[in-house]
Design a protein around this ligand. Structure first.
Ligand code: SF4
Ligand code: SF4
Length: 421
């Protein structure tokens, strides 16, 4: 059950969490090796079990919502590796989203500074950015160019340094060529930041979809999946985004998504909006590799290129369809698996900007796992199906491409593939 921020109904608990979800954790600790923040800190409070224990303590009134509790909750990457590993089926995603929502609505006062850790002005700015601003493509495109130029002039804020160096003019310049509206066989969800900064990926996804003899279109207007707002605890903004997305894709055609985080968010609209039409919408959503793997095989040439497959957390732990990436790429590339069982890279949406030190430490662990299988060798490519991971891994020095871009490179042109599609 997801709680609403801002209001505490009479008799409800400090965090408003579902007690059945909280009590489901039996403290076995099997999730600990799968938690990136636990792996880099070794601290119980930075583990899933420690966070759930802290939530229970606050819910039962034995401890206040203080700075330490808030810091532990904000340090979670929300990768949900713990959820996939948990034998008791603990819905950690619900628990942390509900907790973040309550924290966003009522940040505790920092006793050392005598003021809220997030001021009302800061929250207003955050809500403005996470709300409609994310659907203004001109603003996102402008900010992309700002980051590229800032990189050249060496005037990037410290928190953005891990992100900015990896935006290239090429990325920001390429626009999606997919037609808006109409009655396509499938819709491609193009999103907000990715649409402004990584149009080449959408074009490659559309090319791969068309190669199956299927028409593809995009929404009449730009929409955001709401994942960034949800992870920041701004659930009302996330719901507003979700309602706009549901309205933007009429009919019954499948909705195909080429960003793992966006796809995971769309597939969980049924829970977020808690209504039948949102559940029906979520049932139409497919990750692009999942959809392609279920279609007839693509006409691919063998490239001889080695590709190290990085699993985005929201593809592996939330959508749980990461094997489809191997299915579609395997016909054209020599695939290599890192030996870290899909450990998070530390990108986590805005995590690299909000928790740069932890994100850096988690990223270094990931880099070591990738280097161990030769991902840093010349000519070797890392495949990443999530824009945040791509930016993070490029910052770590790897050559990274989206799997659909690799697929598009390997497609054998077919006579029946019409340009007009
Ligand atoms: S979340 Fe699951 S795996 Fe982790 S300690 Fe609790 S019951 Fe065990
Ligand atoms: S969501 Fe990820 S970072 Fe957060 S507790 Fe679970 S495994 Fe750890």
């Amino acid at each position: 059950m997801i709680t609403s921020p801002g209001s505490t109904p009479p008799g409800s608990t400090p965090l408003g969490l579902d007690p059945d979800e909280l009590v489901a954790c039996v403290s076995c600790g099997l999730c600990l090796p799968h938690c990136p923040t636990y792996r880099v800190t070794g601290l119980e409070i930075a583990s899933p079990r420690g966070r759930i224990t802290a939530m229970r303590t606050v819910e039962s009134g034995l401890a206040p919502i203080d700075e330490a509790f808030t810091a532990a909750m904000h340090a979670c990457v929300q990768c949900r590796g713990c959820e996939a590993a948990c034998p008791s089926g603990v819905a950690f995603g619900h628990l942390i989203e509900g907790t973040r929502a309550r924290l966003a609505a009522n940040e505790p006062t920092d006793p050392n500074r005598g003021r809220r850790s997030v001021s009302r002005v800061q929250r207003l700015v955050r809500r403005a950015l996470l709300g409609r601003a994310l659907t203004w493509s001109w603003l996102l495109r402008l900010s992309g160019w700002g980051l590229v130029i800032g990189r050249v002039l060496h005037v990037i804020p410290r928190r953005l340094r891990s992100t900015a160096p990896n935006l290239r003019p090429f990325d920001v310049r390429v626009r999606s060529t997919i037609e808006r509206g109409g009655r396509p066989d499938v819709w491609l969800f193009t999103g907000c930041v990715m649409d402004a900064w990584m149009g080449a990926t959408h074009n490659a996804a559309a090319q791969a979809i068309r190669a199956t003899g299927t028409t593809v279109g995009r929404a009449e207007r730009n929409v955001c999946c709401g994942a960034l707002a949800l992870h920041a605890g701004e659930q009302d903004l996330a719901r507003n985004h979700a309602r706009r997305v549901v309205a933007a894709f009429p009919g019954a055609a499948p909705i195909v998504v080429d960003a793992a985080g966006c796809g995971a968010a769309l597939k969980e609209y049924g829970d977020l909006l808690d209504d039948a039409s949102a559940r029906a919408f979520s049932a139409r959503v497919y990750d692009v590799h999942e959809w392609l793997a279920s279609e007839r095989s693509l006409p691919l040439r063998t490239t001889g290129t080695t590709v190290v497959v990085h699993d985005a957390c929201h593809l592996r732990h939330v959508q749980r369809c990461h094997t489809a990436v191997r299915s579609v790429l395997g016909g054209a590339y020599d695939l290599v698996e890192p030996a870290d069982e899909g450990m998070c890279c530390g990108a986590g949406g805005a995590y690299a900007a909000t928790q740069p030190e932890l994100a850096g430490a988690i990223g270094e662990r990931k880099a070591a796992a990738l280097r161990a299988v030769g991902a840093d060798r010349p000519g070797v490519v890392v495949a990443s199906a999530n824009p945040g991971c791509t930016i993070q891994l490029r910052a770590l020095g790897f050559e990274v491409r989206h799997p659909v871009e690799l697929l598009a490179d390997a497609l054998i042109p077919q006579p029946a593939e019409h340009e007009s599609r």
